[in-house]
Design a binder for this molecule. Structure first.
Ligand SMILES: C[S@@+](CC[C@H](N)C(=O)[O-])C[C@H]1O[C@@H](n2cnc3c(N)ncnc32)[C@H](O)[C@@H]1O
Length: 409
């Protein structure tokens, strides 16, 4: 009897605990992460109430017992349309969970008029002081999937946001936009028990970005990784939405003894959980060591160089079928095609070709009117550019901006 009473008290204190948790998604979009978190908390609460109901603990009126509410959730989002959707979506899920309460307990349950709301703030998360939105003392978790934008894909505003958050740290220019949320969150959680977990592109746990980001996270902010999902493939139903290779990294400023790595043998399948003593930024069980960028090879092997950068407005690049069509109308161009292999072609197995006329003697070029049209188009595009250095390249239109043509394999 006494044991049962102890269990029931445990249930009540658990409900109280989950009703006092607060969550921030600092790039919340339409609020999916907040919505799912809320739904799961409400489900937990219902389960506990059902257990208590079994033991005859519950009063007839279940209403006052429901404590988890939408105002435990905070989001920041720069797209105002998404902000409004997130606000309403939180009420929608609230409504659905209230219907579930009604069905489970056989009593009509609604929260009308709507007195509480999730706080979804419209603004630039990297420029806002998060403390003006939620106090650190109240916050339990930061979560989300902030935007992944590679360093070469960012616009000027995004680049400036990132550099400001990184305080112009050395090498910050190569970081993915998402990494700024790691720094911002790490800064925010100093001297707190707040836990953070972000879904990110796996590029922040590979290659040169690791040394730059994690040196700051470890040395300046004393971050410890608590759990990590290694690379998995994340697709969604949005049109044109390319599959992204993601990781999830959970961290805080304090250490825990039971760290967990989730490994995906099949990147589209279910993970296998591994216990780890420590999780390093490459998301393996090992010490918090990072490999720093270097420009010279350690041993006697050729150095890795940058590839080619045409600045051609796409005029020299062809898919296999485009190349074949072109050769049909311009047979002499066949010998000037070279295989084009960039990261996208390599990772996603696309075949692309490049019409490389940099070494084509002028008399041969004259005999290829269609190729010549491409050269003229490149010249025009370069002349129209705002960049002076690109305009200068218009005088050598068959050549690339950056050329790296190895003569051997
Ligand atoms: C990958 S999506 C997250 C989607 C979200 N989990 C959802 O449920 O819709 C990233 C979101 O970050 C927003 N975003 C991009 N840059 C931002 C910034 N600087 N501040 C705030 N939000 C930003 C985008 O508009 C986008 O909605």
């Amino acid at each position: 009897m006494r044991r049962r009473r102890g269990i029931e008290l445990g249930y009540w204190s658990f409900i109280k605990k989950i009703a006092n948790l607060h969550f921030l998604d600092p790039a919340c979009g339409c609020g999916n992460f907040l919505i799912i978190t809320y739904r799961e908390l409400r489900d937990l609460e219902i389960l506990i109430l059902l257990e208590l109901n079994k033991s005859g603990q519950l009063e007839i009126d279940v209403l006052p017992l429901i404590q988890v509410d939408v105002d435990q959730f905070v989001g920041i989002e720069c797209d105002e349309f998404a902000v409004r959707i997130a606000e309403v979506a939180m009420w929608l899920i609230d409504h659905q969970m209230n219907i579930k309460v009604s069905n489970e307990f056989g009593q009509y349950y609604a929260r009308l008029p709507l007195k509480k709301a999730a706080k979804i703030v419209h603004g630039n998360s990297l420029r806002i002081d998060w403390e003006t939105i939620i106090s650190k003392e109240n916050l339990s978790f930061i979560l989300g999937n902030p935007p992944f934008i590679g360093s070469k894909m960012m616009n000027e505003i995004q680049r400036n946001d990132l550099l400001a958050v990184f305080n112009d740290a050395k090498g910050a220019g190569v970081m993915d936009y998402v990494s700024a949320w790691y720094i911002k969150a790490a800064d925010f959680i100093q001297n707190t028990n707040i836990r953070v977990a972000f879904v990110s592109t796996n590029s922040i746990s590979q290659g040169e970005q690791v040394g730059i980001l994690w040196n700051i996270l470890f040395n300046k902010y004393k971050i410890k990784i608590h759990f990590a999902h290694r690379t998995f493939k994340w697709t969604n139903e949005a049109r044109k939405n390319a599959a992204v290779y993601c990781v999830i990294i959970g961290f805080a400023t304090f250490d825990i003894s039971e760290k967990r790595i989730f490994e995906y043998k099949d990147i589209k399948g279910e993970p296998l959980e591994i216990q780890a003593k420590n999780i390093n930024p490459y998301l393996v069980n090992g010490t918090d060591t990072t490999i720093q960028r270097r420009q010279k090879p350690l041993s006697d092997i050729p150095s890795i160089g940058i590839g080619n950068k045409p600045i051609d407005g796409g005029n020299y690049l062809f898919t296999t079928s485009e190349k074949e069509e072109f050769i049909k109308i311009e047979p002499k161009s066949a010998k000037w095609f070279k295989k084009w292999l960039g990261a996208d072609e390599f990772i996603n197995s696309h075949e692309r070709w490049c019409l490389w006329l940099g070494d084509c003697p002028p008399n041969e070029l004259k005999q290829m009117p269609n190729a010549l049209k491409r050269v003229e188009a490149v010249k025009r595009i370069r002349l129209e550019s705002k960049s002076i250095s690109t305009q200068k390249l218009a005088s050598t239109p068959t050549r690339f901006h950056v050329q790296n043509m190895p003569l051997t394999d």
